[in-house]
Design a protein around this ligand. Sequence first.
Ligand code: TYD
Ligand code: MG
Length: 461
Amino acid sequence: MAKEKTLFTCNACGGTTPRWLGKCPSCGAWNSLVETVAESASGGKNRLGAPQGYAGLANAQPVTPLSAIEAQDVARTPSGLSELDRVLGGGVVEGGVVLIGGDPGIGKSTLLLQALDALQRNGLPTLYVTGEESGAQVALRSRRLGIDGSQVNLLAEIQLEKILATVEAAQPAVVVIDSIQTIYSDQLSSAPGSVAQVRECAAHLTRMAKSTGITVILVGHVTKEGALAGPRVLEHMVDTVLYFEGDTHSPHRLIRAIKNRFGAVNEIGVFAMTEKGLKGVSNPSAIFLSQHSEPVPGSCVLVTLEGTRPLLVEIQALVDGGSPAPRRLSVGLERDRLAMLLAVLSRHAGVACADQDVFVNAVGGVRISEPAADLAVMLAITSSLRGKPLPRGFIAFGEVGLAGEIRPAPRGQERLKEAAKLGFTTAIVPKANAPKKAIPGLTIHAVERVDEAMDTLRGLE
Ligand code: TYD
Ligand code: MG
C-alpha cells in the first residue's frame, strides 16, 4: 500500500505544518504538533462556501422524526464473568468498543483472556491480538488459568493493517487488542505508542467495529498521573471506558466504568487475584477493612456507595510532625479535598494541624471520589492527632461543607444497614441521613455541624 501523505497538526489550535516543529507556527504552543494522515479530499477548501449552494456537492439526505425511529435494545452477550458484566451493563454489545485501562501488572490481560475463554465457550468466536507478549507467553498464562484447552484464537501482531485483514478473514465476534499502545499503522512514521499512532489505530478499529458489528476491546496503559495514556480523544471515540484499579500488593481489584453508552456508570465490579486468575467477589462489602485486633488511633471506617453496592472502607490517617514545611499526602483520596478538610477542621472545630505532616490512605488500594468520605477522613485525622482510637465498631460518613456543615450522603439507610449487618455498633452520620426507624444493633448519632461531630466523639470516648 502506498504511504499516505502526512501532516503535523497542532493539538492546541488545529494548525498544520508539513514538518515537525517544536513550536506551533500558528499559535506558538510548544511541543503540540502530532503527526496525522492528511485528508485527501480533492479541491478541499473552496468548494464549501460555493455561493450557488451545496446541492452540487452532495445529495441531501432524508431526515426522520425521533418518534418514527424504533428504539431497539442492543444485543448483549454476557461475558460469563458476572462482575465484568455488571460494569459493562449486562455483557458485551455487538459493534461496541470498550477501552480498559489500568496500571501494569494489575491483571488486564488475565481478565480479558478469561473473558474471551468464557465467551468462546458460550459459542462466540473470539480473537486475542497480543502485541506485548508472544503466543507462548499467553499460552503459559492460559495454562496457569486452567484454560489451556481453550479455543480462543490468538494472533501475535502489532501492525494495524495486518490485524484488520486477519479480523476480516477470521470473522470473530469479539476481538481483544492488548494493547493499543503497541499497535502501529504503516501510514504514519511515528513510533507505536505515540499520540498519532494510538489515535489513528483506535479510529480504524472503531470504524471496523461499527461497520461489521464486531465487539472490540482495547487495552490501554495509564500514565503516572493515572489517566489513560494517549490522547483524551480515545475516551471520546469508544463506547465504554473501564478502569481496572487496586493495590498490586493486595489481592483485590476493582473495575469501574467511567463512561458507558450502553449502561450505568460508576458501577463497580470486584475481583480477587488468585493462583488461578481472577475470581469475582459477589459480596465485597467487607474486603477493604484491615484487621485490627484492638482499635488503633487514626483509623475510621467509612461506608461508601459505589454503584449499587455499599462498601466498607477503612480510612487511615497519620498526623505527625512539627516540620517547617508540612506535607499533605493522600492515597486513594483527593489531595485538594484533604487540604480543604484540614482548613475546615481548623476553622470550625479548633483542630489545628497547620505545622504537621498529614497522610491519609484508603486501605486496599481503593480510590474514593465521593464527598461522603469527608467526615470519616476528618475523624481519622482527629483521632491520630489526639492519639486516641475511635470506639470499637465505629463508622461514619457525610460530606463536609466549607461553612462547617455536614451534608447528607445519598442512600444513607442502605449504608447504615450494611454496616449493621457487618457488626458495626456506633455511627456518626449527617442529620438528614438519620433513619426514622431504629436499625437493630446500631447506635446512630446524627449531627449537623463539624464541631457537633467532635463533641459527640468526645462523649463516646
Ligand atoms: P496481567 O494480566 O499480566 O496484567 P496486565 O496485563 O494488566 O499488565 O497480570 C499479571 C499479574 O497477575 C502478575 O503480577 C501475576 C498475577 N497473576 C496471578 O496472581 N495469578 C494468575 O493466575 C495470573 C495469570 C496472574
Ligand atoms: Mg498485559
